[in-house]
Design a protein around this ligand. Structure first.
Ligand code: ADP
Length: 447
């Protein structure tokens, strides 16, 4: 097992990884920007090292500083968490060259799945259903129109290097596609330094269903069931749950096998997520794979009892996956609400000082957070300040627990998404489990 791990991240996920390391008896190194000197991940790690100024590009995204920090402190492995450098194949490659273990998949896997066009083509080769669309990236508006005429409108233009819900545009008709083509190209170029875009059929009223997979370096791969992440704003997740109210045991088995087949096809190892859209007819389509731990991993942990971060570390250390597919049992129901420092109606950022804080607790409640009273939420980073996760005997019980925990959650001094969650959880469609990716839009337009 590793003697010391450097965590190339901040906030709740850095703390989450430190906790897993402590339980495994591994020493930890926190890296931080000057703005994060008083953060909890810095306080709870065994050692810490400042890697630069507040701007991410000069600290958390700056590979030379991170590698130097690992070398100075004698860390033998790096855990990238999510976001920042977690899907950067160069970090994984440089780690290999420096003899530091990157806790994640191979650089080849990251590179392949990070390019959404290549990912689509690879999955098609593997026999996985993909959303109908352009076989390759599209270079001109005319080319896009030709394809859209064949597959039918609406369509969605997507950045090949996109992520985080950005770089996408839905087009209802030919003229919209012609008008928007170069705009989306320019946006992709500006946001991801890659102008390549592709086209997919826009699946109307889908559910976002993703499967957690885990594979070791010996080729053993299993899935740990699904997460339903249909409740999104601007294509970014707000509420996730497991199991999905829309999936039967039969469909779980079918899509789960498909996810394992996909991971096997690319010789995947480590934890990863295969994302699908499920339409009203029960047909499902691959949209992308995330080659890292996800924000919403706790709901899977709650219903399976498996600590995904510890497993990820064990696998990276060369241990064999001990769990077999038949041993994976889904117990009860788990829901996660993302508490963001945002205006709950407009979802605009609301950084600032937390003047008072009460964190919920009690049976079945887990809060993953790195904030505390008097903590200042910084404008430089992601707005996620806490993940409120509950586990109940069934969905109804989980919803009751979440409502109770949301009532107990008090954050003063900044705006948060707590009022949004209270509203969402009392909506009839949520209670009935009958919702799709347009839920938030409908909720805000009071439908
Ligand atoms: P990102 O990598 O930016 O998260 P994804 O490809 O995972 O992008 O898509 C994010 C969300 O955008 C999906 O969960 C879904 O709500 C919406 N979306 C993406 N592709 C389609 C599509 N072809 N049809 C309908 N909705 C889509």
């Amino acid at each position: 097992m590793f003697s010391k791990i450097l965590i190339a991240n901040r906030g709740e996920i850095a703390l989450r990884i430190i906790r897993a390391c402590k339980e495994l008896g591994i020493k930890t190194v926190a890296v931080h920007s000057t703005a994060d000197a008083n953060s909890l991940h810095v306080r709870f790690a065994d050692e810490s090292i400042c890697i630069g100024p507040p701007e991410s590009v000069r600290s958390y995204l700056h590979i030379p500083s991170i590698i130097s920090a690992a070398e100075i402190t004698g860390a033998v492995a790096i855990h990238p968490g999510y976001g920042f450098l977690s899907e950067n194949p160069s970090l994984a490659e440089i780690c290999e060259t420096c003899g530091i273990k990157f806790i994640g998949p191979t650089p080849q896997n990251i590179r392949l799945m990070g390019n959404k066009v290549k990912a689509r083509n690879t999955m098609q080769e593997a026999g996985i259903p993909i959303v109908p669309g352009s076989p390759e990236r599209v270079e001109t508006a005319d080319e896009a129109i030709d394809i859209a005429d064949k597959i039918g409108y609406p369509v969605i233009l997507k950045a090949s290097a996109g992520g985080g819900g950005r770089g996408m545009r839905i087009l209802k008709k030919r003229d919209d596609l012609r008008d928007s083509f170069s705009v989306v190209q320019a946006e992709a170029s500006a946001a991801f330094a890659d102008p390549h875009i592709y086209l997919e059929k826009y699946i109307e009223k889908p559910r976002h269903i993703e499967f957690q997979i885990i594979g070791d370096e010996k080729g053993n791969i299993i899935h740990l069931g699904e997460r339903d992440c249909s409740i999104q704003r601007r294509h970014q997740k707000l509420i996730e749950e497991s199991p999905s109210p829309a999936i039967s045991a039969k469909l779980r088995k079918e899509i789960g096998n498909c996810a394992v087949k996909a991971a096997r096809f690319i010789n995947y190892r480590s934890v990863g997520t295969i994302e699908f859209l499920l339409d009203g007819n029960g047909d499902y389509y691959f949209i992308e794979m995330n080659t890292r731990i996800q924000v919403e991993h706790p709901v899977t942990e709650m219903v399976t009892g498996i600590d995904l971060i510890k497993e990820q570390i064990r696998i990276a250390a060369g241990e064999r996956l001990k769990i077999k597919q038949k041993d994976v049992k889904i117990f009860g129901h788990s829901i996660e609400c993302r508490i963001n420092a945002e205006d709950p109606d407009k979802f605009t950022p609301s950084p600032g000082k937390i003047t008072a804080l009460n964190i919920p607790g009690g049976p079945g409640v887990r809060v993953d957070t790195a904030v505390y009273s008097e903590y200042t939420v910084l404008p430089h980073y992601d707005s996620l300040i806490a993940k409120l996760i509950v586990h109940g005997l069934d969905r109804e019980d989980a919803i009751a627990k979440m409502n109770r925990a949301l009532e107990e959650f008090h954050v003063e001094g900044i705006k948060t998404t707590i009022p949004f969650h209270k509203k969402a959880l009392s909506h009839k469609d949520f209670l009935e489990g009958k919702f799709c990716t347009d839920f938030v839009e409908r909720l805000n337009s009071k439908v």
